[in-house]
Design a protein around this ligand. Sequence first.
Ligand code: MG
Length: 384
Amino acid sequence: MRSVCLLGSTGSIGCQTLDVIAAFPDRFRVTALSAYSQVDLLADQARRFHASTAVIAREDLIPALREALAGTHTRVLGGMEGLCEVAANPAADMVVTAMVGAAGLLPLLAAAKAGKTIALANKEPLVAAGELVMAAVQEGQATLIPVDSEPSAIFQCLQGQDRCGLAKIILTASGGALKGLSPEQLERVTPEEALNHPTWRMGRKITIDSATLMNKGLEVIEAHWLFDVPIAQIHITIHPQSIVHSLVEFQDGSLLAQCGIPSMCTPIQYALGYPERLPHNWAPLDLEAVGTLTFQQPDFSRFPAPALARQAAAVGGTATTCLNAANEEAVIAFLDHHIGFMEIPRLVEKALTAHTPIPHPTLEQVLETDRKVRESVRRMAILY
Ligand code: MG
């Protein structure tokens, strides 16, 4: 029996993780759940899964959560302190990080230092502070298992392989909702259009990141830290069918791919059960029904975000903290109709140009950079 602390239980990944847990009641039990602000859903989940602790990130909502959980044995905590407490609590063997954004950094560090097995769905902390996260993983002897479909594919392809033979990582990208649009059309894209992803049902932030291709840029940096592969050896290819979830190339020219239906339940279940493969209860991939798999080069002139991510990664230090913070704020400004779609990469570029990177930053320097960049991007977004 594995006891699971699930951070971000009310989001898309969080709800699907609970579906997987519910399908295997003899294998998994929930110790703690957390949400940012969805009190009612969090309380329902805590009751249904008999969670010992429920954490609401927004501290002003603690009284509402207490009320919603009245008469249960679930302990109520709040804020960053509560998130870090449950992430490091000895009651959990495994911590699933499904929060959105760099907000997940401190709980991830707490889980890593406590030596947890971490199912990592929240990639932004690795982008914002990859060096600190990997140092904490080493310090705590923690295990990182990626949940995101692309790094999960790479992780699976590398099982049992001699890492010395690894030549290249190839990340697949669906291309998002807007891959066919001209530069002029891209300028006029609305949040509603960008949120209409062709193959994946996901949360709002990651769906916009998919449309700008920044998601792939963030994944390049994530893969660099997770698999210790130089940025230059991580490639991106557009694969609209979202069947091949990523590939690795070895020095003998062989490529290994991991394929499956585009559903997050597969990588979530793999991470929870690792190293075991548990049986699934969904329709498997029907190769003949898919028929054709295609791959094409991304157009980085129309979609400049991945190049910005590579540029920030090449600089290193707080440059990627800046990249991530600027992107998070620009996405919020776009979803709130304050800026146009193409202003997202433009604001990120402006933030990177204005930023003086600090090499090998401390946690305090990362948090300070994150705060300052967010403030300046918010200010720039208002001026548009
Ligand atoms: Mg992904």
